[in-house]
Design a protein around this ligand. Structure first.
Ligand code: GDP
Ligand code: MG
Length: 719
């Protein structure tokens, strides 16, 4: 029996003049066969060589810049790859023109065939002042990259070895693919699902690729799916999907696709290429040279963030006051319309104080989400991610980690879920452990309430400092976790740099509204529910035998007021003092009061009293509840008769100071994520041990930082 020889087919693809034919000649030597592709006058070159146990048939594909169906060359190249299914495609890339050449690469990758990059013209780059880190590029793209110089016949052995390596490798490689954006990807998977329903037609094609081509209106693929069992559904889905995408992004599908691809490439190249003496060209590049600058990038990001919080607070101030006034009006109206009693207290001090407190921050929330939508849609957020990625990677976290972390600014739940994009389990866990420090939208109302009360003139700046502290804590935590519980480094990843664009109004409004609606819905459901529960535990058990005879004292003060007009104001204040004392005593007797008293020893070193303790405790349900509970605490204790907003009440409370206020927001920033987030944490990590670690880590950190702020502040005489 003769030794088994396996025949491999290897296709050479690349842009015209990238050196394909030169490399093909190097590889195949004299054993060439020249013919035509069937039916067309495009030259087809084939050559076979034998190495070890393999016979390799090389095919020189026509040179193309793209794999759309605009030219016969493009159709031949892509049909060959799809239908003949070569074992490997070697993508010959002109290294001196990397960005343009990689455009084809992104498309070959989408066909799902193993691919190797020959980084050709490696000699030209040096002379042009370009320095390409090929091993980084290889890591970023998730592909093997072999530097070659075609006309000097160098790199060919390594190219052959790499082919064998790829063939013999057990684990399938997963190259990096372009992400076309959330809504776009949603359409792609919708269409792919229909495509997959009829296997007979799509044999050999990836459903996602077909979906993409249908959205792109590719004539060839249109012909292909004509035989599909659900062709009508497909055409319909593609048309509607295309319309949705175009109205949302305000651009044609094909230019969104090419923008995204160039964004992906631009991200990879910005990482892997160092220009030693080169010039960068178009507008996006020029802006990028400032915004993703190695030194200025981060300060610019910080200024952007500061601006965002500053605007969120200052522009939101007025509408917030209107809503606050509305809430006060409503509770005063109900107070006078309803007879005094438990029901009135439940509605006014429990429900309205709780939900109203949270709803008054809706304008700020909407502004914040609008600002985030603007930053995302213009393309700046991608730059921020790029800048952060460099830092992330330096400290040992996968660059992709910053995506969950950015999402964490909105809500920790999707942040945890999106950590799935990280393949490595350790990366995923570290990312999840720290994403909670990226202050979520639900915590913003707490900051606005507290900072607005204590720093009415520069609340925006103080809030910014809290967010910045969160980011710094996340970064320091990564470093800490990476050098203790989760040792190791991780691989880099492409941060896409899409071109800058003017966002469409429609997309901004949709993005803002989606998130704001979640906030409103939460206020009407979870927060309402928790407010009612909090009211109950703040009201019961009811105390009847007070230390003083308040009823008697109040009555005699009131009669005194009636008999003498001169002492009216005096006795009025006496009355409210008694009432406040009485309700404070009542509240301390209640379940909430007892819980507060129970945790008071733990939090008193931070300057917090038991009322803040109850607020923190209730924030476990959802972070906004910290605000609604404070509303209820003060509502119950002052029985809704006064026309002061919660902010005023806080600011005027002699028990609190700026120092306590800051320690409190620091605590709220860092302490454990809410119930919903923890449930998702458990599901995503699949480990009770990690959950317990997350809870204790965040708690210990929150406590220590608040302690440092409060005690440190007192030490240097701040309060
Ligand atoms: P194709 O269009 O992709 O088939 O490209 P060719 O193989 O015909 O090469 C185009 C030109 O580039 C030829 O003049 C080659 O000699 C030259 N060339 C190929 N590889 C290299 C390389 O690595 N460095 C340099 N400087 N020139 C190369
Ligand atoms: Mg050629």
């Amino acid at each position: 029996m003769s030794r088994e020889v396996r025949t491999l087919v290897v296709a050479l693809a690349g842009n015209p003049n990238s050196g394909k034919t030169t490399i093909f000649n190097n590889l195949t030597g004299a054993s060439q066969h020249v013919g035509n592709y069937p039916g067309v006058t495009v030259e087809k070159k084939e050559g076979t060589v034998k190495t070890g146990k393999y016979k390799i048939k090389f095919v020189d594909l026509p040179g193309t810049y793209s794999l759309s169906a605009y030219s016969i060359e493009e159709i031949i190249a892509r049909n060959f790859i799809i239908q003949q299914k070569p074992d490997v495609v070697i993508d010959i890339v002109d290294a001196s023109n990397l960005e343009r050449n990689l455009y084809l690469t992104t498309q070959i990758v989408e066909l799902g065939i193993p691919i190797i990059i020959a980084l050709n013209m490696a000699d030209m780059t040096k002379s042009r002042g370009i320095d390409i880190d090929d091993s980084l590029l290889s890591q970023l793209l998730g592909l093997k990259v072999v530097p070659t110089v075609g006309n000097k016949n160098t790199g060919m052995d390594r190219l052959l070895d790499t082919i064998i390596e790829v063939i013999e490798s057990e684990s399938p490689v997963t190259p990096a693919t372009v992400n076309y954006g959330k809504e776009f990807e949603a359409e792609l998977s919708r269409i792919s699902r229909i495509v997959s329903k009829d296997e007979s037609v799509i044999e050999g094609y990836r459903p996602r690729w077909i979906a993409l081509k249908l959205l792109e209106n590719d004539a060839e693929v249109g012909k292909l799916v004509a035989r599909h069992r659900y062709v009508n559904d497909l055409v319909d889905a593609a048309m509607k999907g295309g319309e949705r995408i175009e109205s949302l992004y305000g651009d044609t599908v094909s230019s969104i696709i090419s923008d995204r691809r160039y964004g992906f490439i631009s991200g990879a190249c910005s990482e892997a290429i160092r220009m030693t003496g080169g010039k960068r060209h178009d507008m996006s590049d020029k802006i990028d040279s400032a915004l993703i600058h190695p030194i200025f990038g981060l300060p610019i990001f910080a200024v952007m963030m500061w601006l965002m919080f500053h605007l969120t607070f200052t522009l939101g101030e007025k509408p917030m006051e209107w809503i606050e006034k509305g809430v006060i009006f409503l509770s005063q109206f109900l107070s006078s319309a309803m007879p005094e009693g438990l029901l009135r207290s439940l509605i006014v001090d429990g429900m309205i104080a709780g939900v109203g407190g949270v709803i008054s921050f809706l304008p700020n929330i909407m502004l914040l989400f609008l600002a985030i939508a603007v930053l995302e849609d213009t393309g700046y957020m991608a730059r921020a991610a790029f800048v952060m990625d460099r830092i992330m990677h330096r400290i040992g976290l996968h660059g992709k980690s910053f995506i969950p972390m950015l999402i964490g600014f909105g809500c920790t739940v999707p942040a945890y879920m999106s950590s799935r994009i990280l393949e490595d389990k350790t990366d995923r866990l570290v990312t999840m452990h720290v994403s909670t420090f990226m202050s979520c939208g639900a915590r913003l109302p707490v900051y606005i309430l507290v900072c607005g009360a204590f720093w009415p003139d520069n609340a925006g700046t103080v809030i910014f400092s809290i967010y910045a502290l969160g980011v710094v804590t996340a970064i320091v935590s990564v470093k800490l976790l990476r050098s203790t519980r989760f040792k190791g480094m991780s691989s880099p990843f492409i941060m896409e740099l899409p071109p800058y664009r003017v966002p469409t109004m429609r997309s901004l409004v949709i993005h803002m509204w989606e998130r704001s609606w979640l906030y409103i819905r939460k206020a009407g459901t979870i927060i309402l529910g928790v407010s009612i529960i909090m009211w109950f535990i703040m009201t019961f058990p009811q105390k009847t035998d007070f230390d003083k005879d308040y009823d008697g004292l109040i009555q005699s003060a009131e009669t005194a007021a009636e008999s003498s007009a001169a002492t009216f104001a005096e006795t009025q204040s006496l009355v409210s003092k008694y009432k406040a004392e009485r309700s404070a005593e009542r509240m301390e007797y209640s379940v909430a009061g007892r819980i507060g008293k129970l945790i008071e020893p733990v939090i008193s070193p931070l300057g917090f009293d038991w009322r803040l303790g109850v607020a923190i405790f209730s924030g476990f349900a959802a972070k906004e509840v910290v605000v609604s509970t404070m509303g209820t605490v003060y509502g119950v204790s002052e029985s809704g008769e006064e026309s002061r907003s919660l902010r005023q009440r806080l600011a005027e409370d002699p028990k609190y100071s700026k120092l306590i206020a800051y320690a409190f927001v620091v605590f709220v920033l860092l302490y454990m994520p809410c119930m919903a987030a923890l449930a998702v944490f458990l599901r995503e990590s699949g480990s009770w041990k990690e959950l317990l670690f997350q809870i204790s880590y965040t708690f210990v950190l929150a406590w220590s930082m608040a302690f440092i702020v409060y005690q440190g502040g007192r030490l240097i005489g701040l309060g």
